[in-house]
Write a protein that binds this ligand. Structure first.
Ligand code: SAH
Length: 400
């Protein structure tokens, strides 16, 4: 068995069970892509069994911190079953579920979502790439399903030196799916949609938005970065429950035309084709500036932008971008209106995001209070050992 020997002092994060080993921590040793190696301290003490990623700055990812653990097919079957079984502990109110969430489930680099009877997986590290056939078998065994589609076309693959791969890995079927989520249904396509097809992590924030719409009876709603219209459908469902659909105006913006087409289809799927809903194929920043010039205001605004800071290195530029859209969004808020603002950048922590939104409020000259913090749905768990797992954070700001 090959070993990676760390430099003095570099064992600390592994002793705390953080799963990553950076190239700069390694004194000597190497492994082939995805090979299991023994990680040891500068003094030769066992720290972890890990897979190596020779092309990446994250040179190794730990599978296990137990010296007697064998990293074999049985190990992966057990890990996958544990992850799948854990989702049964939550009442998720959806048949779209994240079954495996990478590091948080002890499977660094593996993402698996379930949409109805179909599984979609992303293999994003050399380690899970190497164990792909075993993991595919384990996923079918743990779920009792037969269809697994691969969407290994995320940008993280490049950093691992892996080429993009997509297509059916097990079984075959329709790539178009319809899932139920809370009180609505949403269609998606696992082959052409973003990530695995859909943003399951925002499920419960969409539900909170529906509840707010029902309670506050929003008249003018603005959903920025709407993708396939999830927050728009949620608002309409809330308004319908309140008997307040009539007279409500909904504006949804995204720069992806296929996403907007699906958003329109998703309104129809829920019987909202008659709603006063507008879909703009436009840049959010430019649209917000135009709305300010036109003197428009909104009772509810959602800002759910893409990842501006993929890593900590991008945090500063990303912070400016977040501040900019939040400043514009806050300006467009009517008194008493609510802003749901999110960051899914792992490089921007919850405290920093709070500061960014607060200073956007000062720049906008808008006084508000934060009434709630929002985060990823519980099938996207965070662990104590891996703080990077807390990527999605949201704030509800109410304008005074
Ligand atoms: N809120 C959505 C997910 C948003 S994902 C949901 O609940 O499903 C982010 C979206 O921002 C993507 O759909 C992407 O197409 C869009 N996007 C990225 N940059 C944009 C820009 N500058 N202007 C408008 N939309 C943008």
């Amino acid at each position: 068995m090959k070993a990676l020997r760390l430099r003095p002092g570099k064992e600390r994060s592994l002793l705390r069970r953080h799963p990553w080993v950076f190239d700069s921590a390694i004194a000597k040793g190497s492994g082939d892509a995805g090979e299991t190696v023994r990680i040891e301290s500068s003094e030769g003490q066992f720290l972890a069994w890990a897979s190596t990623s020779p092309a990446s700055k994250i040179r190794a990812r730990a599978w296990s911190f137990v010296e007697t653990q064998r990293i074999d097919a049985a190990f992966f079957h057990e890990r996958v079953k544990k992850a799948v079984d854990a989702r049964g502990l939550f009442d998720l109110q959806s048949d779209g579920v994240r079954l495996v969430h990478g590091e948080a489930d002890g499977l660094p680099g593996l993402i698996v979502d379930r949409y109805g009877d179909t599984l979609v997986a992303q293999f994003l590290s050399a380690g899970v790439e190497r164990w792909k056939p075993v993991l595919a078998d384990a996923l079918l065994a743990a779920t009792g399903l037969s269809k697994l589609y691969e969407r290994s076309d995320a940008s993280g693959r490049e950093r691992e030196g892996l080429k993009p791969v997509t297509g059916w890995l097990r079984g075959e079927g329709d790539t178009a799916q319809v899932i139920r989520e809370h009180a609505w249904r949403l269609s998606l396509d696992i082959a052409t949609g973003h990530k695995t097809g859909f943003y399951l992590d925002q499920r419960d924030s969409r539900q909170r938005f529906a509840e707010m719409a029902q309670h506050r009876k929003f008249r003018r709603v603005l959903n920025c970065f709407c993708y396939t219209g999830g927050f728009t459908v949620a608002a309409l469902a809330g308004l319908k429950a309140a008997g307040a659909l009539e007279g409500a105006e909904l504006t949804s913006i995204d720069s992806s035309l296929p996403a907007l087409d699906r958003a329109r289809a998703n309104l129809a799927l829920n019987g909202f084709e008659g709603a006063n809903a507008q879909f703009l194929d436009a840049d959010v920043n430019a649209s917000l500036r135009r709305f300010i010039e036109e003197g428009r205001t909104f009772d509810a605004i959602v800002l759910d932008p893409p990842k501006f800071a993929p890593t900590v290195a991008h945090a500063e530029r990303a912070a400016r971008a977040y501040k900019d859209i939040n400043r514009l969004g806050l300006k467009l808020l009517a008194p008493g209106g609510v802003l749901l603002t999110f960051s899914c950048s792992g490089g921007i922590g919850a405290d920093l995001f709070h500061k960014i939104v607060a200073s956007a409020g000062i720049d906008a000259g808008v006084d508000g209070y934060i009434s709630e913090r929002l985060g990823a749905a519980p099938d996207h768990p965070m662990t104590i050992e891996f703080p990077e797992g807390e990527y999605l954070k949201g704030l509800v700001v109410v304008r005074k």
